[in-house]
Design a protein around this ligand. Structure first.
Ligand code: S3P
Length: 442
């Protein structure tokens, strides 16, 4: 394990190019690796999660390569043309990779075995295997529907109409990917809208997708068995990664940083909306669109933050950002209450428990219930603790950011999970002036 610690005291200054969006990167490899002809992908996130998806698509018969300019090239055999993998597909730490690829294979008449690391093997999969079973696929899983799972894809996938019982873009996307090879119209209804990158990318590749708002929620209908051909894709900077330097700048006195080319899709932008409500100085300029996704350049300056109530309805638009919001809340004046965040317990780690334990260890008063987190800010942050990352990249990065505003260094026992979503995080933070050094834990 490689430990890492951060120390405060220096302002952050400069320009920071955030790596590509993880959600969009997975989807571009999956759709590009399925479509006939060449898809070029610029700005692909080269993190471990996404590289695992690239390997998986190769095992399913796609041609995927990276050229010397960092552009990725993908070619596929078309919908219905997946090959049966010869070996187990290992999705590493990635719930998105595992759930989306299980959806894709569920719609094809092949058998595939999926596994992942210790974190992914404890995460719930029934949320995808239940609807995919309705579409004609069969699954053999460990107790509780956990990985490793053997998928026997449908010989002829059935189009379904499915109301999402959990607000999950991964579940929606798994159904839509299976629906690609089902005759007729597959419909997903989401009572609480979740990130819409799959819908946008399907449309970019020429799949017919209709979205309507109904009294039951957002209804997404797609027409199965289209002919899809390769497309150019430009991946925006990941707002979920931008969140870490952004909060670091907000809570470190005298800071001002530029974050160019960040995705500002409203279904991903809940954290920034919340931070602005808390009094953050975040300027959004040069708004534009790439491959159907809205992007902009952000300027973030150190700010006095005020605690707030974050409504549960906002959770899907900032589901990955609560660990770093809790860090901002620790520095804000007053109390911040995050409602309706029970889903955080089944992410890469139990993030509610991890934040509550870690903040308390750093001298911050916190309370957790099954689905709320309350952070009492306004006091000095002692720091001086070592936090277990528990194979969770966002827990690791959140506490390293906290260390920049604490009185004593904050250490992470294992920084290696950061590479799943944000390779080069520590170096990039150093380039802004942050103090990050190898820790003492061995
Ligand atoms: C993702 C959806 C979210 C998010 C994950 C990426 C995606 O998961 O937590 O990091 O790319 O669809 P859920 O949809 O399960 O909440």
């Amino acid at each position: 394990m490689t430990s890492l610690k951060s120390t405060g005291g220096r302002p952050l200054k400069g320009r920071f190019v955030v790596p590509g969006d993880k959600s969009i990167s997975h989807r571009s490899l999956i759709l590009g690796g399925l479509a006939v002809g060449e898809t070029t992908i610029e700005g692909l996130l080269e993190g471990e999660d996404v590289l695992a998806t690239a390997d998986a698509m190769r095992m399913l018969g796609s041609e995927i390569s990276r050229d010397e300019n960092g552009i990725w090239h993908a070619r596929g055999a078309g919908i219905g043309g997946l090959a049966e993998p010869e070996d187990v597909i290992d999705c590493g730490n990635s719930g998105t990779g595992a759930r989306l690829l299980m959806g894709l294979t569920a719609g094809h008449p092949i058998r595939a075995v999926f596994t992942g690391d210790a974190s992914l093997r404890r995460r719930p999969m029934l949320r995808v295997t239940d609807p995919l079973t309705l579409m004609g696929a069969e699954f053999h899983a460990r107790q509780g529907g956990r990985l490793p799972i053997t998928v026997t894809g449908a010989t002829r996938a059935t189009a379904i109409r499915y109301v999402l019982p959990v607000a999950s873009a991964q579940v929606k996307s798994a159904i839509m990917l299976a629906g690609l090879n089902a005759a007729g119209e597959t419909t997903v209804v989401e009572p609480h809208p979740t990130r819409d990158h799959t819908e946008t990318m399907f449309q970019h590749f020429g799949v017919e997708v209709r979205v309507v708002d109904t009294p039951d929620g957002r209804e997404i209908t797609m027409v199965g068995q289209p002919e899809i051909s390769g497309r150019p894709i430009v991946v925006p900077g990941d707002p979920s990664s931008a969140a870490f330097p952004a909060v670091a700048a907000l809570i470190t006195e005298g800071s001002e940083i530029e974050l160019p080319g960040i995705g500002i899709n409203p279904l991903r932008f809940g954290l920034f909306e919340t931070l602005v409500e808390m009094g953050a100085d975040i300027a959004i300029h040069n708004r534009r669109t790439e491959a159907g996704e809205p992007i902009a350049d952000l300027t973030v300056r150190a700010s006095e933050l005020q605690g707030i109530e974050v409504p549960g309805a906002r959770a899907p638009s900032m589901i990955d950002e609560y660990p770093i919001l809790a860090v901002a809340a620790a520095r804000a004046r007053g109390v911040t209450v995050m409602h309706g965040v029970g889903e955080l317990r089944v992410k890469e780690s139990d993030r509610l428990g991890a934040m509550a334990r870690g903040l308390a260890a750093c001298g911050v008063r916190v309370e957790e219930t099954e689905d709320t987190l309350t952070v009492h800010g306004g006091n000095r942050i002692e720091g001086g603790a070592t936090i277990e990352a528990d194979l969770d990249h966002r827990i690791a990065m959140a506490f390293l950011v906290l260390g920049l505003a604490a009185e004593q260094a904050v250490e992470i026992d294992d920084a290696s999970p950061i590479d799943t979503s944000f390779p080069g995080f520590a170096d990039a933070m150093r380039s802004l002036g942050g103090t990050f050094e190898a820790g003492d834990v061995s």
